[in-house]
Design a protein around this ligand. Structure first.
Ligand SMILES: [Zn+2]
Ligand SMILES: [Zn+2]
Length: 127
């Protein structure tokens, strides 16, 4: 847990944040977020955890989408994940299960997840 994670996009040392006992790494440059395996799942459950995401998703950056990035922990090439349910794109490592979000993506992810559960609740009551 003591290691420093480098941002897979700009190679800067990511800062460690403690959000209610869960460690998240955030890049000081691009504000990208790195989650170790299971941290994402844990964090998703926490209310208000999207505040760790400082970024407004800059759509103009999508040009570099095709560039493959390597996992900062085990240095294998990460794969692009598309979460159709949440309309999300992010990078995931198939070896250590780390996940990388561009700035703003986690915020969107949380927002979508919230909307989904609200919809499910409403539908559940309506039927
Ligand atoms: Zn970065
Ligand atoms: Zn990895």
């Amino acid at each position: 847990m003591g290691r420093t994670v480098k941002c897979p996009k700009c190679d800067a040392n990511m800062a460690k944040l403690d959000y209610e006992g869960i460690y998240v790494n955030r890049c000081p440059d691009c504000k990208g977020l790195w989650f170790d395996a299971f941290e994402l799942q844990e964090l998703k459950k926490l209310k208000g955890s999207e505040t760790i995401d400082l970024g407004a998703n800059d759509k103009s950056k999508e040009n570099d989408e095709n560039r493959g990035i390597d996992c900062p922990v085990c240095h294998t090439q990460m794969i692009k994940m598309v979460d159709i349910e949440h309309h999300m794109k992010y990078e995931a490592c198939t070896v250590c299960y780390g996940v990388y979000f561009d700035a703003g993506e986690f915020k969107e992810y949380k927002h979508e997840t919230l909307m989904m559960s609200l919809k499910k609740m409403l539908l559940g009551k309506g039927i």
